[in-house]
Design a protein around this ligand. Structure first.
Ligand code: APR
Length: 320
């Protein structure tokens, strides 16, 4: 059986890391697409030359032609610009919306059956726009943010509790921005919810609140340190986890920016929610119950995303 084909639209920091991970995990053959001449070709060749040491057989190709993504099983989109210190993800809207139009059209024309994972920011609005421009089914287009935000939350919690990250299940809802909602009640260590761990004296409410805030600011913390770009190792790893769930029909329960059709009270838009990812793409949105405080935080986040979608419609009348 032929290896699956993975198209990476954008061969920058995240795109290159995605290609390396996909090859090392032998998820499939990789096509790196970018408008920057030489960048995708150079990264493809460099990674291919690591094959003999790593022992993978995956083929890698760099290209400026959308025709080379023909028949891709998975497309992961990072095309666009990342933020610089002092910028919010929302500041990228105007530039990256134009990029989503060309990418959406390129995917629709060449890989209409692919499972599409968008990473470009501002995430929830960009994945909505990418879906609109591509016309692909809603369940085949989603955005990577929840796995990353939850990973950041889990990492900070494992440090606080001095336990293995494998035993921490953390979970972040809402838009991938300042209003995201790290869920304390649904996050656990070996099944023990965080509020119980506060009662058990493993941490204090103040420390937990600080971890929640650090999670919300997780992207900005890295931007501030790197100064020339945004995070790329953890974002790439998170998207690969989602791609693998699709390619291997794992039915993983992963938070991602998914299209909601009434779930969690959200109608007709993309926002971060728990989902089941398998061979059908986003097979289910897990319609969890929120308490009053969580619902208020989630609604606030949904409204922020709605504002960005309206801004997109204002910029590109074909979306209105
Ligand atoms: N089509 C294809 N590629 C494009 C296009 C386009 N229309 N416009 C820009 N690109 C490419 C750039 O040439 C660059 O190589 O997208 C790549 C983006 O790479 P980086 O600048 O290194 O950004 P990266 O860190 O990978 O982040 C990409 O993901 O997390 C988000 O906020 C981040 O929106 C940003 C995206």
């Amino acid at each position: 059986m032929a290896r699956p084909k993975i198209a990476l639209i954008g061969a920058g920091q995240i795109g290159g890391t995605l290609a390396h991970l996909a090859a090392m995990k032998e998820l499939g053959d990789v096509v790196l697409f970018d408008i920057a001449e030489g960048t995708p070709e150079g990264k493809a060749l460099d990674i291919a030359e690591s094959g003999p040491s790593e022992g993978f057989d995956a083929k890698l190709k760099g290209t400026q032609s959308y025709e080379d993504i023909a028949g891709a099983d998975v497309c992961i989109v990072t095309a666009g610009v990342p933020r610089k210190p002092g910028m919010s993800r929302d500041d990228l809207l105007g530039i990256n919306l134009k990029v989503m139009k060309s990418v959406g059209e390129g995917i629709a024309a060449n890989a209409p059956d692919a499972f599409v994972i968008c990473i470009t920011n501002p995430l929830d609005a960009m994945v909505w726009a990418l879906r609109e421009f591509s016309g692909l089914p809603h369940n085949k287009v989603c955005g990577m943010a929840g796995v990353l935000d939850s990973g950041r939350f889990a990492h900070f919690l494992s440090e606080e509790f001095n336990v293995s990250m494998r035993d921490v299940t953390a979970f972040v809802l809402g838009g991938h921005g300042d209003t995201m909602v790290p869920s304390v009640r649904y996050s656990t260590v070996a099944g023990i919810p965080l509020p119980d761990l506060v009662e058990m004296g493993w941490t204090t409410q103040e420390k937990l609140d600080a971890i929640v805030q650090r999670t919300r600011d997780g992207g900005a913390e890295i931007v501030g340190l790197l100064k020339t770009g945004s995070a790329f190792y953890a974002p790439a790893t998170s998207a690969i986890e989602m791609a693998e769930a699709y390619l291997k029909d794992q039915k993983r329960v992963l938070p991602c920016a998914a299209y909601c059709d009434g779930e969690l009270g959200v109608e007709g838009m993309y926002v971060g929610v728990p989902t089941v990812i398998g061979a059908g793409g986003v097979e289910r949105v897990v319609n969890i119950k929120l308490n009053e405080e969580e619902q208020a935080g989630f609604d606030n986040s949904v409204n922020a995303v709605k504002g960005l979608i309206e801004a997109c419609k204002g910029i590109d009348s074909s979306l209105a």
